[in-house]
Design a protein around this ligand. Structure first.
Ligand code: BEZ
Length: 211
C-alpha cells in the first residue's frame, strides 16, 4: 500500500556508508529527509548528491538528518563518492543506504515498474520528529530535483508545526504567512495581539513569526 502524507514512515534496518541504519532510531526526534536516486555512477545523480552534501549546514540548521538511498552495493558507493567529490567539489557527508536488494525501495514505493523495473525514481520523503511523513515528491530519472525547494518546504513545515501558520503560493522564508483556518479569531488575538490583515474571513495574513 502506498505511503501517504500523515502515515508513520515504515521502519527498516539497512547497511549504509556510515554503518547499519535502524531508521526510527536514526530519526531519534529529529526531522529527516529520505531520498532515493536511480543509480550510482550516473550523471544527474552525481550532481544531486554533490549539491545535497553542500547543503548539509542548511539541513543541520533546521535539525534535519539526511539519508540517501540507491539500489547499489555498499562496495560501489566508495568509488562513486570519490567521483562526487572530484566533480562537484563536495564530499558525501551523509549516509548513503546500500539497498541492492531493493528492500527499502519497495517498502517506500520508490520503484515504479512502468518507468523502470529495477531502478528507483527520484523520491523524497520528509519525515517529522513524530516519524510521520510530512511530504513526498517523485521525479523521473531524467530530471534532477531542486533541493533548495526541499529546504523551502521544510521551513514551511516547521513553521506550521511550531506556529500553526500555513504558507502561500511561492512563499519564501521571511515573507508573510497565513493563519490556519483551525485557529479561531479569538485564539488569533492572543497569538497576534498586533492583529492581522484580513482579506477574507478565511484569508488572514500575518508577518512570519520569528523563533
Ligand atoms: C542520471 O542520474 O543521470 C540518470 C540515472 C538513471 C537514468 C537516467 C539518468
Amino acid at each position: 500500500m502506498a505511503i501517504l502524507i500523515g502515515d508513520t514512515a515504515p521502519d527498516f534496518t539497512l547497511e549504509s556508508t556510515e554503518g547499519n541504519i535502524h531508521f526510527h532510531d536514526y530519526i531519534d526526534g529529529s526531522w529527516a529527509v529520505l531520498f532515493s536516486h536511480p543509480k550510482n555512477f550516473t550523471p544527474v545523480c552525481t550532481t544531486e548528491l554533490g549539491y545535497t552534501a553542500k547543503l548539509k549546514p542548511e539541513f543541520e540548521k533546521r535539525g534535519v538528518k539526511v539519508l540517501g538511498l540507491s539500489v547499489d552495493k555498499l562496495e560501489d558507493h566508495g568509488g562513486w563518492a570519490r567521483d562526487i567529490e572530484e566533480t562537484q567539489g563536495s564530499a558525501l557527508n551523509f549516509p548513503l543506504l546500500a539497498d541492492s536488494e531493493g528492500k527499502v525501495a519497495r517498502l517506500y514505493d520508490m520503484i515504479h515498474p512502468n518507468a523502470d523495473n529495477t531502478l528507483t525514481v527520484r523520491s523524497v520523503f520528509v519525515i517529522g520528529p513524530d516519524k510521520k511523513v510530512k511530504l513526498k515528491i517523485e521525479y523521473p530519472a531524467s530530471t534532477g530535483r531542486n533541493f533548495d525547494e526541499v529546504l523551502r518546504v521544510i521551513d514551511s513545515l516547521q513553521l506550521t508545526a511550531k506556529h500553526q501558520v500555513a504558507t502561500p503560493v511561492n512563499w519564501q522564508s521571511g515573507e508573510d504567512v497565513i493563519i490556519v483556518p483551525a485557529v479561531s479569531n479569538e485564539q488569533a488575538k492572543t497569538k497576534y495581539p498586533e492583529g492581522w490583515k484580513e482579506l477574507k474571513p478565511y484569508l488572514r495574513i500575518v508577518p512570519q513569526p520569528q523563533d
